[in-house]
Design a protein. Sequence first.
Length: 436
Amino acid sequence: MATKGMIKTGEEIPAVRAATQNYTRPLAIVTTLFFMWGFITSLNDILVPHLKGIFDLSYTQVMLVQFAFFSAYFLFSLPWSKVVDHLGYQRTMVVGLLMMALGAFLFVPAASAVSYPMFLMALLVLAAGITGLQVSANPYVDLLGKPESASSRLDLTQAFNSLGTAIAPKIGGLLILSAAPLAIAHLKQLTPQALHVYQIQQASSVKLPYIVITVALVLFALLIGTAQLPKIEAQDSQTTEKSKDSIWKHRNLVLGTIAIFAYVGAEVSIGSFLVNYFGLPEIAGFAPKTAAGYVSFYWAGAMVGRFVGAPLLQRFKPGRLLALCAVLAAALVGMSMLTNGHTAMWSILAVGVFNSIMFPTIFSLGVAELGSLTGSGSGILNMAIVGGAILPVVQGAIADNVGIHHAFVLPVLCYLYIVFYGLLGSRANSQRYTQA
């Protein structure tokens, strides 16, 4: 992947001048990508209960939705790094958007065929495109400006990612969960023909949202493709320092990879279960459509937290702020597990506020001081997003055995590891940041 080297806007500009340039316009354009992939990712929280009802799936089985989606990060991050090497950041973003459009369009035949495997394939293709955006857009934002403000800059763009995640559950609930699903006992009484008709009717509700998404993604690809964005290129072999440095010698990256795995796994595990969690009689007893509206508060909290966190990350050491947020997130999840009713509901929703700065902060701490290895480090960190594929399935297995209410112990363990990373695991790259 391209790394810190040269930035071009029509002419070559040395990287050392990057900190003096005004990148407000290109950052604003790239921020639209963060919004779009946040919106699409959050729709999975609506697909989980919807597909569970259509295909009569267990929690473990329906979490294959998240497994198919987030496994793409593990499978395609390094190949996308090679694409960035060949095409550059901007063109890679365009290719990623077009692949996302293909994945979104595949929801139409999947719904027509009422095929769960086809839905999973569509999710995999869609997520493969998003992986391309992650691998190109995250380091692109990280490199456009002063290194000491990288966490703050990436946090701000991630805030618009959270805007997308906050809006999607509400819209998805209205469009996809508009029809109340039949109870499992009722479904088992239907004849095979009547069941198939019901499944077609329920599955068809995803067609319109994903057709609109397909068109929007193509338009975004045109926008990014025609925009005059600064070009960041890797240093050539004559100017790059030659050394025997290995990416695995950078403790902040290795431990940061585990932190990304834990963070994404915890965030996705919580979001995936909220609709069903709020449907429990001892929590809120909400219908799926009503519960979907409340899921928006979880993601909206992350958006608010990122807008607040951006200036805080410029004043305080990112590692310490990360650890504080992880402690509070773990405490809130624990409170939800130990209580019932609105206390349990609002405490789990409040976790979103403290999830806010985790990804951009871990990412920036992980790639700090990597130099010419920044591109490879970014690819490895993006592979770790596979935590969103594995941990929800594990939590699904726990929920099938002990119930949803107590299955949230898994995110608590994840947040405790992030506390360790913020306080100790990221110390190797602390020179990049100033003391509060």
